[in-house]
Design a binder for this molecule. Structure first.
Ligand SMILES: [Zn+2]
Ligand SMILES: [Zn+2]
Length: 348
């Protein structure tokens, strides 16, 4: 089968590999849609600790497809031909995190497309642990394969927003107008935010966002402090999301957030830039709550899949380009330049 295989930093190869064979406890998925994520771009650019020439990896962790083969010992619930969304992260199943439903926080967590082969290939082998832990979720007719793949980042965004305790009528400020920032914007609106302000260093991106969601208040980063002040009567935002990898944006978030405000640092920072000076008096006097989030639990994955399935939120309008696997280099380049929003690899 054809696959996009990472061999190390800046060494992604489109190549023929052996189609995976499953054992009696595993499931074989025929990939239909796999979305390109910012973390894929970082892995391609910088490499990843467990990936090298001797241990190459098929990337892609935002995956949907059709079950084409089920091992005879898998639960009878799974059937050939079933349309599914695949959550990529699974845990040991035994530790306290796993037992509490947070397999994505397990110390030994593993992810398809990172530690095991993922969705930038015609077929994906789903290991027994992922089958047994509930990572394979059927989706209804109302959800497209692209929508089912995009549920993965949506579930991570939901995890971040849950921590921010958004109430109807709140003002949300989102720093970073990429696909993640836009998913935050859409979820915040769904959740009853009175206004959602979104900012980015790229005017082109803000234009695209405005076209996708007309009710967004788009603000250029150079004018941010003044605009947030004007839009919130000098109070600042109730909820502020930092959906970019910028230490400066993290520090600024404290200034732009209101008394009793909640902040989520969604974007991780590049190695060497993770030590950030924050004005702790702002945390103290404004009683700010600063949260972080990474990945998503399976229960959050199911929750957002419900949102998508029931039409509470549309995610496919964030797709700027769909391309077959043969042309993956083109969308990797586009995503590397932060051009457009979400890129999808589709399979016939
Ligand atoms: Zn992702
Ligand atoms: Zn565990």
């Amino acid at each position: 089968m054809l696959a996009a295989v990472l061999y190390g930093a800046d060494d992604l190869r489109l190549t023929e590999v052996k189609t995976p064979e499953i054992n009696d406890n595993e499931i074989l998925l025929k990939t239909k849609s796999a979305a390109l994520c910012g973390s894929d771009i970082r892995m391609i650019k910088n490499g990843y600790p467990c990936i090298n020439k001797d241990n190459p990896r098929i990337l892609g962790h935002e995956i949907s497809g059709l079950i084409v083969q089920v091992g005879k010992n898998t639960p009878g619930f799974f059937k050939e031909g079933m349309k599914v969304s695949l959550a990529p992260n699974f845990g040991c199943g035994l530790c306290n995190h796993c037992i509490s439903g947070n397999t994505h926080l397990c110390r030994e967590y593993r992810a398809l497309g990172i530690h095991l082969d993922g969705g930038f290939a015609e077929y994906v082998k789903i290991p027994e642990a992922a089958v047994r832990q509930g990572n394979v979720m059927p989706v209804g007719e109302s959800v497209s394969f692209d929508g089912a793949a995009l549920n993965e980042p949506l579930s991570c965004v939901y995890t971040g927003l849950v921590k921010c305790d958004l109430s109807p009528g709140d003002t949300a400020l989102i720093i970073g107008a990429g696909p993640i920032g836009m998913m935050y914007a859409k979820l915040a609106l769904m959740w009853g935010a009175a206004r959602v302000i979104i900012t980015d260093i790229s005017a082109e991106r803000l234009d695209i966002c405005q076209k996708v969601v007309s009710s967004l208040l788009t603000v250029s980063s150079s004018d941010l402090k003044r605009c947030v002040g004007e839009l919130t009567d000098g109070e600042g935002a109730d909820v502020c999301i930092v959906a970019c990898s910028s230490p400066e944006a993290q520090a600024n978030a404290l200034e732009l957030t209101a008394v009793n405000g909640r902040i989520n640092f969604f974007g991780g920072l590049p190695a060497g830039r993770e030590m950030v000076t924050l004005n702790s008096n702002l945390i103290h006097y404004k009683q700010l709550m600063i949260t972080g989030s990474a990945r998503a639990s399976l229960s959050h994955f199911r929750k957002t899949l419900d949102f998508v399935e029931n039409g509470l939120i549309e995610v496919t309008d964030l797709i700027s380009k769909r391309t077959p696997l043969q042309e993956i280099a083109e969308v990797v380049a586009l995503a590397g330049e932060a051009s457009g929003l979400k890129n999808i690899i589709y399979f016939d």
